[in-house]
Design a protein around this ligand. Structure first.
Ligand code: UD1
Length: 442
């Protein structure tokens, strides 16, 4: 079967095959961020003008968002070779989003805030996404209701309506990334001022605010944002929002995935166009595990290398947390790498309730992992994993299996890579560029 440079084929269940045991060396350029791009593209619906986005990753979740935007009446033009997307949202009238796309992706829910802000109404199905535990949207609805939206839910549908959104004080009991973004989107054109307390501090929230401010919104994020989680939004008229050119920030999770691949397989790699400051907690952890990591803020580069004659060492305990703590999206890539590191590591997952699906597949490859309880696993590093055919069941768990395959002896085939394609535009091409023996197969 033929594949293009992004590994797309007619067969969405295609696999990745690799021969492990080779050190990674070389340079990889980090793609644009999925989690930053999705809400920013959704935000274009608010703006009665044309916005031009650069560095838009070529991944299936973005294709899904493009289809959702088209369904609202936006006109899209894509220049794939330049990773550029032009969105003209002058004529938005459709508030009903097609279930087919909404149920495919969790992020579709942020279109609720944007549509409410622009046309005062949104009708969506409960959103889908990777099955990594309970993923309610109560906090999204809480934020929108505080701004004055009326919300009806029946079985699988959510209908939101507002004659007029009004600024409000909104204190989130938990700093949900999606709920913060949804609330910001609805508040941009609300009458008066909105203050969000305990907003999510993730860089993808800040990126959304940067984009909206460039487009004429009035959002204040103080220098002490990480400490306070306070965002102030002064509502503006829709007519004062205008088109802008905006470059999507690099993907910290893709960058972290390749860093853990180098740790697991061993090697010496350089990341270019890397979000250096966003990866501080990850780089610090890697150093504690014995890797040499040099961050070059000025040139957006991270250099990471392992000693050929010494195994990477597990540290006793890592827990995931909200930014700037260790990200939940890198929990399974770390887990894969810990399987072949010396000593024991206990990982506690504090963000999602069921994010250890990959454990079973790693154990099939020879990993020594025990579930201590629902939120903690203990890994005892083994000398070698063995190549197997394993199944990707979700996005980051799928990427973790690729890391395990690179660190294993023999041939590993990861099947069902449609999950991986949701977030990695060319994981095979990138790793091949680092010297891995890896390819897409049917
Ligand atoms: C986003 C990211 C995802 C990342 C996560 C945490 C996108 C597209 N996805 O997901 O990759 O893993 O942040 O960094 O940006 N929750 C509720 N009620 C709600 C909303 C969330 O209880 O209304 C809970 C969730 O079930 C979960 C926790 O809050 O346990 C974190 O979720 P949230 O921060 O909202 O993550 P997402 O925005 O879904």
């Amino acid at each position: 079967m033929a594949y293009d440079s992004q590994g797309n084929s007619a067969n969405c269940n295609a696999s990745i095959c690799m021969e492990g045991g080779n050190r990674l060396t070389g340079t990889v350029r980090i793609q644009g961020s999925k989690n930053a791009a999705l809400p920013v593209l959704a935000a274009s619906v608010l703006i009665p003008d044309t916005c031009v986005f650069q560095n838009v990753p070529n991944i299936t979740d973005i294709n899904c968002m493009e289809n959702l935007l088209k369904s609202t009446g936006a006109v899209l033009e894509k220049k794939e070779e330049r990773q550029e997307l032009r969105i003209n949202a002058v004529d938005i009238q459709e508030y009903r989003l097609p279930a087919k796309y909404v149920s495919a992706m969790r992020s579709s829910v942020v279109l609720m805030g944007a549509l409410l802000g622009r046309i005062g109404e949104a009708l969506v199905d409960y959103p889908g996404g990777c099955v990594i535990g309970e993923r309610p949207i109560d906090l999204h609805l809480f934020g929108l209701e505080k701004l004055g939206a009326q919300i009806w839910t029946d079985k699988n549908r959510i209908h939101a309506y507002a004659d007029e959104l009004k600024g409000a004080l909104i204190s989130f009991p938990f700093p949900s990334v999606g709920a913060t973004q949804n609330t910001i989107l609805a508040a941009v054109t609300a009458r008066g001022t909105t203050v969000i307390r305990n907003a999510a501090r993730e860089p993808e929230v800040t990126a959304l605010c940067d984009f909206l401010n460039k487009a004429g919104a009035r959002i204040e994020i103080g220098h002490d944002f990480i400490a306070t989680g306070r965002i102030v939004i002064h509502g503006v008229e829709i007519s004062s929002l205008h088109g802008v050119e905006y470059e999507i920030i690099p993907d910290r999770i893709v960058a972290g995935t390749y860093l853990f691949a180098a740790l697991g397989a061993g090697g010496s790699i350089a990341l270019e166009h890397a979000p250096v400051t966003q990866l501080r907690s990850v780089c610090a952890l890697m150093r504690r595990m014995g890797a040499e990591v040099v961050s070059d803020d000025e040139n957006n580069r991270i250099l990471a290398s392992t000693d050929e004659n010494r195994r990477i060492q597990n540290i006793p305990f890592v827990e995931t947390g909200v930014y700037p703590e260790f990200p939940t999206d890198l929990q399974s890539p770390l887990l894969a790498c810990a399987c072949v590191s010396k000593g024991e590591l206990t990982i506690k997952e504090r963000i999602f309730s069921n994010r250890f699906k990959v454990v079973e597949e790693l154990v099939r490859m020879g990993a020594d992992i025990g579930m201590l309880d629902k939120e903690r696993v203990r890994v005892r590093g083994v000398e070698k994993l063995v190549g197997r055919t394993v199944i990707a069941q979700e996005l980051r768990g799928g990427a973790a299996l690729v890391i395990a395959g690179l660190a294993a002896e023999g041939i590993t085939t990861v099947t069902d890579i449609r999950f991986i394609k949701r977030g990695y535009q060319d994981i095979v091409g990138d790793l091949k560029g680092l010297g891995a023996r890896i390819s897409y197969v049917d």
